[in-house]
Design a protein around this ligand. Structure first.
Ligand code: NAI
Length: 214
């Protein structure tokens, strides 16, 4: 199976399948039909079948899906059968909030270190990790396996740090800074912009208040 041919829309839906199946597993549900899964997830059963057919199906006629198997297989497709070492660049409000969130570890994402330029922050500890000075970043990356760097520093500083990170071999960037990063194709950038999500919410709210006349 060539993962490159799977559409972005399908990939975007997989984490949600994974979460629902995880919830079912916690309730000791052993199997589920695509109809039941579709009712819970509010996605059509045919959409679910189509999505999962991209990866070879997983379902059995008359049985439905084995929840644990499907959860494991989707986890593998998402790469969640591996562990990822994450560093955070920028130990301000957002960087500290991410570093304080322990639940990422349940999915295999380990925040190993956090870097900042502010001497007043360097040396402070967040969940047992001491904030390091940004000048130590290059050596740290050379001496440790780092899979993902989260950028939680001001937008004006993000492009330069990102290009350094790429030069030092980082292949995954979790970008929270509100700016587009232009890096070589072998670096994967995942942008997270809460403000854009809020704008979509605001659009939907204003659409409700002022419905467009047909
Ligand atoms: P903050 O000002 O609390 O933290 C920024 C930190 O970056 C500071 O501790 C500062 O010392 C550090 N920093 C500055 N230059 C640096 C450098 N060259 N190297 C290392 N560290 C450096 O800001 P906050 O609220 O934590 O926001 C951080 C970034 O995240 C901003 O770009 C902000 O726009 C963005 N943001 C994005 C959100 C999203 O949904 N994507 C939500 C909230 C903030």
């Amino acid at each position: 199976m060539d993962k490159n041919h799977i559409s972005k829309a399908v990939i975007n839906r997989l984490p949600r399948y994974y979460r629902y199946l995880g919830d079912l597993l916690e309730k000791d549900v052993v199997r589920i039909s695509s109809k039941e899964l579709s009712e819970r997830m509010k996605v059509t059963a045919s959409q679910i079948r189509q999505d999962l057919n991209n990866f070879g199906g997983f379902g059995q006629q008359g049985y439905g899906y084995n929840v644990e198997y499907l959860h494991t297989e989707i986890g593998k497709i998402l790469g969640l059968d591996k562990k990822y070492n994450i560093i955070i660049i920028g130990a301000g409000n957002l960087g500290q909030a991410l570093a304080n969130y322990s639940d990422f570890e349940r999915r295999g994402f380990y925040i190993r270190n956090i870097f900042d330029i502010n001497p007043r922050l360097v040396g402070l500890s967040i969940r047992g990790k001491e904030i390091k000075y940004i000048d130590e970043l290059e050596d740290y990356i050379k001496m440790n396996q780092v899979d993902i760097a989260a950028l939680t520093l001001p937008k004006a500083k993000a492009p330069q740090i990102a290009s350094n990170l790429a030069r030092w071999g980082i292949k995954g960037i979790w970008n929270f800074a509100p700016t587009d990063l232009h890096l070589s194709e072998d670096v994967i950038v995942e942008n997270v912009h809460l403000a854009e999500s809020l704008m979509k919410l605001s659009y939907k709210l204003s659409e409700k208040r002022n419905p467009v006349d047909n």
